[in-house]
Design a protein around this ligand. Structure first.
Ligand code: ZN
Length: 86
């Protein structure tokens, strides 16, 4: 009897409802600002600005890779056994 009462308080339906409401809102990976997922064209970001900043960072990181290989080619001598070239 007592257990059944507790069960009715922690109803699984309310937990699912809570989760669904939580999933509707997301946190912007750039500025950590809360943003809505549904109807947000810039998701997972809160705004176009954050999306562009993040895309810029990605472009900057990918740009770093060829720069590194160039430095290695200039610095590292082929005698050191740098045969593993991708
Ligand atoms: Zn943001």
């Amino acid at each position: 009897m007592r257990i059944e009462k507790i069960r009715s308080v922690f109803h699984p339906k309310s937990a699912i409802r809570n989760l669904r409401e939580r999933m509707k809102k997301i946190r912007c990976p750039r500025c950590r600002k809360e943003a809505t997922w549904e109807g947000n064209p810039f998701r997972p970001f809160c705004s176009e600005r954050c999306k562009l900043i993040d895309l810029g960072n990605w472009a900057g990181e990918s740009y770093r890779v060829p720069t590194r290989t160039q430095e290695e080619e200039e610095d590292g001598l082929p005698e050191t056994g740098n045969s593993t070239v991708h």
